[in-house]
Design a protein around this ligand. Sequence first.
Ligand SMILES: *Cc1c(COP(=O)(O)O)cnc(C)c1O
Length: 384
Amino acid sequence: MGSKDLKFNSKTIHGGQKPDKAYGAVMPPIYQTSTYAQSTPGGHKGFEYSRSANPTRTALENSLASIEYGQFGLAFASGLAAMDAVIKLLNPGDEVISTNDLYGGSYRLFSQIFEKYGITFHFIGMQDPNKIEAYINDKTKLIWVETPTNPMMNIIDIKAVSQLAKKHAILLAVDNTFATPYLQRPLDLGADIVMHSATKYLGGHSDVVVGGLVVKEEALAQKLYFIQNASGAVCGPMDSFLVLRGIKTLHVRMQRHCENGEAIANYLANHPKIEKVYWPGFEDHPNHDIAKEQMNGFGGMISFITKGGSYKDAIKIVEKLQLFTLAESLGGVESLAGHPASMTHASIPKEEREKSGVIDALIRLSVGIEDKDDLIADLEQAIG
Ligand SMILES: *Cc1c(COP(=O)(O)O)cnc(C)c1O
């Protein structure tokens, strides 16, 4: 049985993987080497220099391709390095339409690095895909979608955006970090490129910073491989190994993240001191129907604001939490809490961030896989 035929819960463990050729090691060895012996100039076994390719990284890249239902995977030094490679497909004068409510570092990369090189970014709300078309012109080369969005948990209809992108021959890239392929498969929904911060759920243990891209089309893969090798922001062998190990339990972790996420979203929604909870699993979430259609569950990312909540109240709560660690990042086995306005989204100007709802009172939770009763008890003592 080829790994292409496997179901998702087997792909996480076996997808694109074979025992190592040298000694049959079941887990790929950490090939901590920069170079490879050649018998004659050019006479090598598929690996010449580890920026171009490294066997441990190749194992991870094959796993990424498999779990995202793509053909080609590429692993980078970080999620932002993966995004950097995508934007380098473009030329000065090109335009990009991007989700406005997106990871702060993505916004910074687009607006503070690539704007300087003559690429124009339009940051817009995409909950209504019909609003996108007004921004398309003959310079538009890429649509960048993040869904669910960070931290407002808006849902963007990937299939609808992909139809629009195809109509205008524009590339569509989807940041699938929050959902993971356990919940959402953008390539199957028509995207050209899937991007990951594998630092988050794919790695799953808050012990590594890695990025990934997956595509279906060979010509696009070749362009990205060229950029990966030419720019050099590759993922090292040790980090590749750690992400591979994380991916093997992705499906069981995600199942628990979803269960705990649902329990905590409901607890918060029924709490007298909570004003609003942002979680796509609620029936009154503005894009709940699309979430239900394009996702296999609603995940463990939740944002909320307290009644009459101020900057001070939000800070007090995140400082009081004990089991939820106050920290940047998300997607690990342990629960984290964050204050987007002063942490992950501090690099977005206040006016810009408040337009998309990231107000000072907002708190974001990455619900881990601990016992949900302990997590709820912790929230109870912190919110009071
Ligand atoms: C963390 C994150 C990134 C950036 O990834 P790094 O691995 O930190 O470089 C991009 N997008 C989303 C949604 C993220 O959460």
